[in-house]
Design a protein around this ligand. Structure first.
Ligand SMILES: Nc1nc2c(ncn2[C@@H]2O[C@H](COP(=O)(O)OP(=O)(O)OP(=O)(O)O)[C@@H](O)[C@H]2O)c(=O)[nH]1
Length: 268
């Protein structure tokens, strides 16, 4: 599990911990200090529209120019799932093979992935299996969407609908067809993944809370470990808890969100 902690009081410094390191003393955690964040990696061959997709989703813009990504880029957007604010952190990785060794380090800790290919680029479709394997090597199995982008160019398609659907079934991934240019289905990709991750985390919290109740040990000793959240979620080596200072003036929805999350954590 990844734990991001920002110092109470507002300092921006974050502490990233690996699953095995993740230990946190709940006794120092305040009720209004928790919020949910999901790391999503976007992968696929060069030129399929990964950067455009993230720009479209986070900034609402589209540019025709192609500027190849060097290494890794990052943007984020906040949405609401089941009344809770969820921060989606989108990691845009370079599609060119020459950057492979840089980008794969950034896959680690991802809770979800997007495998993108272009309707007009056969090689990008053929590479989808490889991209899935590369992500799995770093993250195990995580909720994943295969995106067929550039469906506005469907007359120039070099893949058939059948073969795309067969691949999605084979890889056990949700298939979503998008046009970043025309803004078709882009938001659905990230909402689907955020909802999926949210469900997994909720199950995990509930199970952890249940385990705590059934345990003969006191529920929260002086150094409880955050890995109590994760046994059911280690498959994806993920689950991000972001600890940050209370937001001022956000009213009841934020308070409710914190209560919901904490209830699931069994802290209340
Ligand atoms: N027609 C059409 N063009 C698109 C679409 N999405 C992206 N493009 C164009 O495709 C080109 C490549 O887009 P990028 O977003 O830079 O591709 P990328 O996958 O990030 O490429 P790398 O950075 O090399 O990995 C750009 O010229 C975009 O304008 C789409 O849905 N339809």
């Amino acid at each position: 599990m990844r734990l991001i902690q920002t110092a109470t009081g507002g300092a921006a410094a974050s502490v990233l911990q690996t699953h095995s390191q993740a230990q946190y003393n709940y006794t120092s955690m305040r009720e209004d200090d928790i919020e949910l964040a999901i790391k999503v990696v976007i992968v696929g061959n060069g030129g399929v529209g990964k950067s455009s997709m993230i720009q479209r989703y986070c900034k609402g813009i589209f540019t025709k120019d192609y500027k190849k990504t060097i290494g890794v880029d990052f943007l984020e957007r906040q949405i609401e799932i089941d009344g809770e604010d969820v921060r989606i952190m989108l990691w845009d990785t370079a599609g060119q093979e020459e950057f492979d060794c840089i980008t794969k380090a950034y896959y680690r800790g991802a809770q979800a992935s997007v495998l993108v290919f272009s309707t007009t680029d056969r090689a990008s479709f053929d590479a989808i299996k490889d991209w899935k394997r590369k992500v799995e090597n770093e993250c195990n199995e995580i909720p994943t969407v295969i995106v067929q982008n550039k469906i506005d160019l469907i007359e120039q398609a070099v893949v058939t609908a059948d073969e795309v659907e067969t691949l999605a079934k084979l890889l056990n991934c949700r298939l979503i067809r998008t046009s970043v240019k025309e803004d078709i289905n882009v938001a659905s990709v990230f909402r689907y993944l955020a909802t999926k991750c949210h469900q997994l985390m909720t199950q995990s919290y509930d199970q952890a809370a249940g385990n705590q109740q059934n345990s003969s040990h006191p529920p929260y000793s002086s150094t409880p470990t955050i890995s109590a959240f994760s046994p059911t979620f280690t498959k994806s080596s993920s689950g991000t808890i972001v600890l940050r200072p209370a937001k001022k003036g956000h009213g009841s929805s934020v308070a409710r969100k914190r209560k919901i999350v904490l209830k699931k954590c069994g802290i209340l």
